[in-house]
Design a protein around this ligand. Structure first.
Ligand SMILES: [Fe+2]
Length: 298
């Protein structure tokens, strides 16, 4: 049995990670690819407003769950503390004594491999599967591969893969500026927005699309008009036009709902009603719309 391990902090997992996982499966043909989110990376601090390890695990399940042959492992997160690969490899060795373990890594990680904690133990237990780009320094990689093989009896496989040009660090920054939807798997983006991870703000085109199923057809031109008027007012009075657009897009999100549903939403979101509101259910969409938008969309 061949088990490939693809570790990382996945903060958040993006489409580049998904493509790399697919490329590793394609090249290595493992019986299983274990995607392994770190609990705490040994050499870097996760940004302060990063989601908890358990939340990153959920995001990984959303990102990699659909890939045949991939499985998200909670091994490092359950172990808590700093996530040393040597510990992970030892645990997997014990769990799968007869399996061939392949550790998937990028070229930067590979070239710094001798600085990893207990790297010799890792080499004894694993094949290293290095994803190298065409434009990488093939000579340096080849030299280091030969060196590890000769000195330590290492097994190193090279996987040719051109990574998508994206990084979690840049995506976190873009999320704060209402960008990044196209770099994340849809379900990951939705959860990031809903949970407000990384201080993310929703991308307006994503928001329009997401709100559309909530609206009756005849309501759409009105909502578009409110959005553009809100933007013009914001520009006129020095408010943030994107915030105004967001409010316009969302303002009628529960307008299509009847009295029963409105009352249900009030109960769900703990909205206290006055007699006038109960007697005029048309007033309720302002309250329920704001609560639903805050909970699910913005
Ligand atoms: Fe309206």
């Amino acid at each position: 049995m061949r088990i490939a391990v693809y570790g990382g902090s996945f903060n958040p997992p993006h489409l580049g990670h998904v493509a790399a996982a697919r490329a590793a499966i394609e090249a290595l043909r493992p019986d299983r690819l274990l995607v392994m989110p770190t609990n705490t990376p040994p050499h870097k601090q996760l940004e302060r407003n990063s989601p908890s390890p358990a939340e990153r695990l959920k995001l990984c399940r959303l990102a990699f769950g659909e890939i045949p042959g991939a499985e998200v492992s909670d091994l490092e997160i359950r172990r808590k503390g700093k996530s040393y690969t040597a510990d992970t490899v030892a645990a997997l060795r014990e769990k799968y004594p007869d399996a061939e373990l392949c550790l998937v890594m990028g070229t930067d990680m590979f070239l710094s491999f001798r600085s990893w904690s207990r790297w010799q133990a890792i080499l004894e237990a694993c094949t290293l599967a290095v994803m190298s780009r065409e434009e990488d320094d093939r000579e340096a990689i080849g030299r280091f591969k030969a060196e590890l093989e000769a000195d330590c009896g290492a097994h190193v496989e090279l996987i040719s893969h051109r990574p998508l040009p994206m990084s979690s660090t840049e995506i976190r920054e873009r999320l704060r500026h209402r960008r990044g939807a196209e770099e994340l798997p849809g379900a990951v983006y939705e959860r990031v927005i809903r949970k407000r991870f990384y201080g993310a703000r929703s991308e307006l085109s994503w928001l329009r699309q997401t709100v559309r199923p909530y609206l009756r057809d005849e309501r759409v031109p009105h909502v578009e008009g409110v959005e553009s008027t809100a933007v013009r007012l914001a520009e006129r009075w020095g408010a943030d036009p994107d915030d105004a657009a967001e409010a316009g897009i969302l303002h009628d999100v529960t307008k299509a709902q009847g009295k029963e549903k409105q009352l249900k939403l009030c109960k769900k979101y703990g909205i206290m009603l006055e007699t006038a509101e109960i007697e005029n259910p048309a007033l309720l969409h302002a309250l329920t719309g704001a609560a639903l938008a805050k909970d699910r969309l913005a």
